[in-house]
Design a protein around this ligand. Structure first.
Ligand code: ADP
Ligand code: DP6
Ligand code: CO
Length: 329
């Protein structure tokens, strides 16, 4: 059992089928539109938070070393928010490890802040229900509000802090064949890339205006189990996101030639009658969405293009007993 004032939580990344890109409130992290994702059954982040009145300041160890200054500052800001909710002032020691590469477009910030929201809220004595936990995670990284939720999550854009959270939605069983073509940290973080897109991309108003419509179509397709529609909407929305990003100034481009090769492989598989649609977050790594029955064939086809891992829908953030953050589920 954990000592009082200590809690350990685990959460996985989620990959959006309808993407979040752009904030209408930077401080509260309210998105310009809603989004829909699958929480993965792989690549967990494990985070331990220990509240310690003897500390002068918060400490944050990430992946076995003191966290870089920017990551530390972001975590400290998040802990300030938790202390405000809890009416507490004591500082904390945070130790976290990601199994996903950090900052490579495989949603480490989603898994990281979902795990931190649960561990920190418990360590500071809060017992938040799922919507409140999702809202808290959102304050660390927008996409983290969806990693609180099991399997498939819909993040309601909402109109204010209280109404912007994720909840579970029905969808058929799917697989994502993740092709890691480059695990290194992106040059432009999601936060900065989003800011730049909103400020400079001439396509941003169109992106913002059309995403809610795509989301409605995706919710309907998921509820109906219409795989063809889910796949088409997924790939199209990802390409739209990269188009709006690519039109930013100074220029930003997250997809590499190797990423485009995976999109081409998905198109070839489709032409051969195999279910395969590609999507990519803010980074060069690509996920190919497929039916469970086709996953092995898709994985074999993309194996020459990168390190391949097939994942399915997994559980949202949960507490774990272990005192030590460690890799594995
Ligand atoms: P990604 O595509 O991996 O989500 P982002 O640019 O969105 O990349 O976010 C990367 C940042 O998220 C890191 O620089 C760090 O600030 C934060 N982050 C990543 N993992 C964790 C973690 N386990 N705990 C807290 N913060 C984390
Ligand atoms: C491309 O949630 O990482 O993965 O809210 O600034 O932390 P911040 O950004 P983040 O952005 C995720 C963008 C995306 C699409 C998605 O996950 O919906
Ligand atoms: Co992120």
């Amino acid at each position: 059992m954990s000592a009082p004032g200590t809690a350990t939580a685990r959460a996985q990344p989620n990959i959006a089928l309808v993407k979040y890109w752009g904030k209408r409130d930077e401080d509260l992290i309210l998105p310009v539109a809603g989004s829909l994702s699958m929480t993965l059954d792989a690549f967990p982040t494990t985070t331990r938070v220990s509240v310690d009145p003897a500390l002068d300041e918060d400490s944050f160890e990430l992946n076995g070393a003191p966290a870089p200054a920017a990551a530390r500052a972001r975590t400290v800001r998040f802990l300030e928010r938790v202390r405000e909710l809890a009416g507490a002032s004591a500082r904390a020691r945070v130790v976290s490890a990601n199994e996903a590469p950090t900052g490579a477009g495989l949603a480490s910030s989603a898994a990281g802040f979902a795990a931190l929201a649960l561990a920190a809220s418990r360590a500071y004595g809060l017992d938040l229900d799922a919507p409140a936990l999702s809202r808290l995670a959102r304050r660390g990284s927008g996409s983290a509000c969806r990693s609180i939720v099991d399997r498939y999550a819909l993040w309601h854009a909402g109109t204010d802090d209280a109404s912007s959270f994720a909840e579970a939605v029905p969808a058929p069983d799917m697989r994502l064949v993740i092709v890691t073509v480059d695990g290194s940290e992106k040059a432009v973080s999601s936060r900065e890339g989003m800011r730049r897109t909103a400020a400079t991309s001439p396509f941003y108003p169109a992106w913002a205006a059309t995403t809610e419509q795509t989301l409605e179509e995706m919710v309907t397709a998921c509820a109906a189990g219409d795989f063809e529609a889910i796949g088409q909407l997924t790939e199209s929305h990802a390409l739209r996101m990269h188009a709006v990003i690519n039109a930013s100034m100074p220029p930003v481009r997250y997809l590499a030639p190797a990423s485009v090769a995976v999109f081409d492989a998905a198109a070839s598989l489709r032409a051969a009658g195999v279910s395969a649609w590609a999507t990519a977050d803010a980074g060069p790594n690509v996920c190919v969405l497929t039916r469970p029955d086709d996953a092995a064939e898709v994985a074999a086809a993309v194996a020459p293009l990168g390190a391949v891992r097939t994942v399915g829908p997994g559980s949202g953030a949960r507490l774990v007993d272990s005192a030590q953050p460690e890799a594995g589920q």
